[in-house]
Write a protein that binds this ligand. Structure first.
Ligand code: ADP
Length: 193
Protein backbone atom coordinates (compact mmCIF):
# COMPACT_ATOMS: atom_id res chain seq x y z
CA UNK A 1 0.00 0.00 0.00
CA UNK A 2 1.02 3.61 -0.53
CA UNK A 3 -0.46 6.03 1.99
CA UNK A 4 -0.08 9.75 1.64
CA UNK A 5 -1.13 12.65 3.83
CA UNK A 6 -1.68 15.89 1.95
CA UNK A 7 -1.07 18.43 4.67
CA UNK A 8 -1.52 22.18 4.93
CA UNK A 9 -3.73 24.96 6.29
CA UNK A 10 -7.28 25.64 5.10
CA UNK A 11 -7.14 27.07 1.59
CA UNK A 12 -3.73 25.61 0.78
CA UNK A 13 -5.11 23.64 -2.18
CA UNK A 14 -5.42 20.16 -0.69
CA UNK A 15 -8.80 19.46 -2.30
CA UNK A 16 -7.73 20.62 -5.77
CA UNK A 17 -4.48 18.67 -5.73
CA UNK A 18 -6.13 15.59 -4.18
CA UNK A 19 -8.47 15.22 -7.16
CA UNK A 20 -5.53 15.25 -9.57
CA UNK A 21 -3.37 12.95 -7.44
CA UNK A 22 -5.99 10.22 -6.98
CA UNK A 23 -6.59 10.22 -10.74
CA UNK A 24 -2.87 9.79 -11.44
CA UNK A 25 -2.05 7.18 -8.79
CA UNK A 26 -5.32 5.31 -8.22
CA UNK A 27 -5.42 6.09 -4.52
CA UNK A 28 -8.66 6.27 -2.52
CA UNK A 29 -9.38 9.89 -1.47
CA UNK A 30 -10.41 10.28 2.17
CA UNK A 31 -11.39 13.87 3.03
CA UNK A 32 -12.89 14.24 6.50
CA UNK A 33 -14.27 17.65 5.45
CA UNK A 34 -16.16 16.01 2.55
CA UNK A 35 -17.32 13.13 4.76
CA UNK A 36 -18.62 15.62 7.36
CA UNK A 37 -20.39 17.72 4.70
CA UNK A 38 -22.08 14.53 3.43
CA UNK A 39 -23.34 13.86 6.99
CA UNK A 40 -24.68 17.44 7.12
CA UNK A 41 -26.39 17.07 3.72
CA UNK A 42 -28.03 13.84 4.95
CA UNK A 43 -29.11 15.60 8.17
CA UNK A 44 -27.71 12.83 10.37
CA UNK A 45 -27.29 13.44 14.14
CA UNK A 46 -23.51 13.41 13.61
CA UNK A 47 -23.89 15.99 10.84
CA UNK A 48 -25.99 18.28 13.02
CA UNK A 49 -23.43 18.12 15.82
CA UNK A 50 -20.55 18.75 13.41
CA UNK A 51 -22.23 21.65 11.61
CA UNK A 52 -22.36 23.95 14.63
CA UNK A 53 -18.63 23.46 15.25
CA UNK A 54 -17.66 23.78 11.58
CA UNK A 55 -19.68 27.01 11.26
CA UNK A 56 -17.58 28.48 14.08
CA UNK A 57 -14.32 27.35 12.49
CA UNK A 58 -13.65 24.82 15.25
CA UNK A 59 -12.55 21.22 14.88
CA UNK A 60 -15.07 18.43 15.44
CA UNK A 61 -14.18 15.92 18.18
CA UNK A 62 -11.36 13.47 17.45
CA UNK A 63 -13.50 10.38 18.08
CA UNK A 64 -15.99 11.47 15.39
CA UNK A 65 -13.43 11.79 12.59
CA UNK A 66 -11.37 8.80 13.74
CA UNK A 67 -14.57 6.69 13.60
CA UNK A 68 -15.26 7.89 10.05
CA UNK A 69 -11.73 7.05 8.92
CA UNK A 70 -11.80 3.64 10.63
CA UNK A 71 -15.01 2.81 8.74
CA UNK A 72 -13.60 4.07 5.43
CA UNK A 73 -10.45 1.94 5.80
CA UNK A 74 -12.56 -1.12 6.59
CA UNK A 75 -14.88 -0.46 3.64
CA UNK A 76 -12.01 -0.26 1.14
CA UNK A 77 -9.98 -3.40 1.82
CA UNK A 78 -8.64 -3.62 -1.73
CA UNK A 79 -7.41 -0.04 -2.10
CA UNK A 80 -3.92 0.45 -3.53
CA UNK A 81 -3.50 3.10 -0.88
CA UNK A 82 -5.16 6.17 0.61
CA UNK A 83 -4.77 9.89 0.20
CA UNK A 84 -5.69 11.54 3.50
CA UNK A 85 -6.93 15.13 3.02
CA UNK A 86 -7.77 17.25 6.06
CA UNK A 87 -6.96 14.33 8.35
CA UNK A 88 -5.18 13.89 10.72
CA UNK A 89 -5.73 17.34 12.17
CA UNK A 90 -4.59 16.74 15.77
CA UNK A 91 -1.76 14.74 17.34
CA UNK A 92 -4.35 12.28 18.74
CA UNK A 93 -5.76 11.77 15.24
CA UNK A 94 -2.29 11.04 13.85
CA UNK A 95 -1.60 8.47 16.56
CA UNK A 96 -4.99 6.84 15.93
CA UNK A 97 -4.31 6.75 12.17
CA UNK A 98 -0.89 5.16 12.68
CA UNK A 99 -2.52 2.46 14.83
CA UNK A 100 -5.30 1.79 12.30
CA UNK A 101 -2.79 1.45 9.46
CA UNK A 102 -0.54 -0.75 11.55
CA UNK A 103 -3.41 -3.23 11.95
CA UNK A 104 -3.37 -3.50 8.13
CA UNK A 105 0.42 -3.96 8.11
CA UNK A 106 0.76 -0.48 6.56
CA UNK A 107 1.94 2.99 7.50
CA UNK A 108 2.11 6.55 6.23
CA UNK A 109 4.70 6.70 3.44
CA UNK A 110 4.98 10.47 3.15
CA UNK A 111 3.41 13.71 4.36
CA UNK A 112 3.43 16.37 1.64
CA UNK A 113 2.94 19.76 3.32
CA UNK A 114 1.69 22.63 1.16
CA UNK A 115 3.25 25.94 2.15
CA UNK A 116 1.12 29.08 1.55
CA UNK A 117 1.29 32.52 3.20
CA UNK A 118 -1.54 33.55 5.51
CA UNK A 119 -2.59 36.55 3.35
CA UNK A 120 -2.91 34.26 0.34
CA UNK A 121 -4.97 31.71 2.34
CA UNK A 122 -7.49 34.34 3.45
CA UNK A 123 -7.77 35.73 -0.07
CA UNK A 124 -8.36 32.26 -1.55
CA UNK A 125 -10.93 31.23 1.06
CA UNK A 126 -12.97 34.46 0.76
CA UNK A 127 -12.88 34.01 -2.99
CA UNK A 128 -13.98 30.36 -2.71
CA UNK A 129 -16.82 31.49 -0.42
CA UNK A 130 -18.33 33.49 -3.29
CA UNK A 131 -19.16 30.29 -5.17
CA UNK A 132 -18.61 27.22 -2.94
CA UNK A 133 -21.80 27.48 -0.92
CA UNK A 134 -19.65 26.73 2.13
CA UNK A 135 -20.81 28.92 5.01
CA UNK A 136 -17.39 28.60 6.71
CA UNK A 137 -15.76 30.37 3.74
CA UNK A 138 -17.81 33.57 3.75
CA UNK A 139 -16.85 35.23 7.05
CA UNK A 140 -13.32 36.46 7.66
CA UNK A 141 -13.57 35.86 11.44
CA UNK A 142 -14.48 32.18 10.83
CA UNK A 143 -11.60 31.83 8.37
CA UNK A 144 -9.20 33.32 10.94
CA UNK A 145 -10.56 30.94 13.60
CA UNK A 146 -9.80 27.98 11.29
CA UNK A 147 -6.26 29.20 10.72
CA UNK A 148 -5.79 29.64 14.49
CA UNK A 149 -7.05 26.06 15.07
CA UNK A 150 -4.55 24.95 12.44
CA UNK A 151 -1.63 26.64 14.21
CA UNK A 152 -2.63 25.44 17.68
CA UNK A 153 -3.89 21.91 17.05
CA UNK A 154 -2.90 20.79 13.56
CA UNK A 155 0.72 21.88 13.24
CA UNK A 156 1.69 19.23 15.90
CA UNK A 157 0.73 16.63 13.26
CA UNK A 158 3.69 17.79 11.16
CA UNK A 159 5.95 17.63 14.24
CA UNK A 160 4.75 14.05 14.86
CA UNK A 161 5.63 12.82 11.34
CA UNK A 162 8.80 14.90 11.24
CA UNK A 163 10.15 12.67 14.02
CA UNK A 164 10.05 9.85 11.48
CA UNK A 165 11.52 12.01 8.68
CA UNK A 166 8.30 11.72 6.67
CA UNK A 167 7.46 15.39 6.04
CA UNK A 168 8.32 17.15 2.79
CA UNK A 169 7.49 20.83 2.37
CA UNK A 170 6.13 21.75 -1.07
CA UNK A 171 5.55 25.30 -2.35
CA UNK A 172 1.76 25.81 -2.46
CA UNK A 173 1.83 29.02 -4.51
CA UNK A 174 2.12 29.07 -8.29
CA UNK A 175 -0.08 27.45 -10.91
CA UNK A 176 -2.10 24.31 -10.09
CA UNK A 177 0.01 22.39 -12.62
CA UNK A 178 3.33 23.61 -11.18
CA UNK A 179 2.31 22.54 -7.69
CA UNK A 180 1.03 19.21 -9.04
CA UNK A 181 4.41 18.72 -10.74
CA UNK A 182 6.26 19.27 -7.45
CA UNK A 183 3.94 16.86 -5.59
CA UNK A 184 4.21 14.11 -8.20
CA UNK A 185 8.02 14.42 -8.24
CA UNK A 186 8.03 13.64 -4.52
CA UNK A 187 5.57 10.74 -4.88
CA UNK A 188 7.39 9.23 -7.86
CA UNK A 189 10.56 8.95 -5.76
CA UNK A 190 8.69 6.85 -3.20
CA UNK A 191 5.91 4.83 -4.89
CA UNK A 192 6.38 1.49 -6.68
CA UNK A 193 5.79 2.26 -10.36
P1 ADP B 1 -10.50 23.41 5.03
O1 ADP B 1 -9.22 22.62 4.99
O2 ADP B 1 -10.63 24.34 3.87
O3 ADP B 1 -10.74 24.07 6.34
P2 ADP B 1 -12.12 20.99 5.29
O4 ADP B 1 -13.18 20.62 4.35
O5 ADP B 1 -10.92 20.11 5.37
O6 ADP B 1 -11.72 22.45 4.83
O7 ADP B 1 -12.70 21.14 6.77
C1 ADP B 1 -13.84 21.93 7.05
C2 ADP B 1 -14.18 21.84 8.55
O8 ADP B 1 -14.52 20.47 8.88
C3 ADP B 1 -13.04 22.18 9.51
O9 ADP B 1 -12.94 23.58 9.76
C4 ADP B 1 -13.45 21.37 10.75
O10 ADP B 1 -14.47 22.02 11.47
C5 ADP B 1 -14.05 20.10 10.17
N1 ADP B 1 -13.03 19.02 10.02
C6 ADP B 1 -12.59 18.50 8.85
N2 ADP B 1 -11.68 17.53 9.08
C7 ADP B 1 -11.51 17.46 10.43
C8 ADP B 1 -10.69 16.68 11.29
N3 ADP B 1 -9.83 15.78 10.81
N4 ADP B 1 -10.78 16.88 12.63
C9 ADP B 1 -11.63 17.78 13.12
N5 ADP B 1 -12.43 18.56 12.38
C10 ADP B 1 -12.39 18.41 11.04
Amino acid sequence: MFNLILFGPPGSGKGTQSEKLIARYGLKHLSTGDLLRAEIANKTPLGLEAKSLMDKGQLVPDEVVIGMIDAALTNNPKARGFLFDGFPRTKAQSEALDALLKKKGASINVVLALDVTEDELIKRLLNRGLTSGRSDDTKEDVIRARITEYHNKTSPVADHYNKFGKVVLVKGEGSVDEIFGDLTAQIDQRIDQ
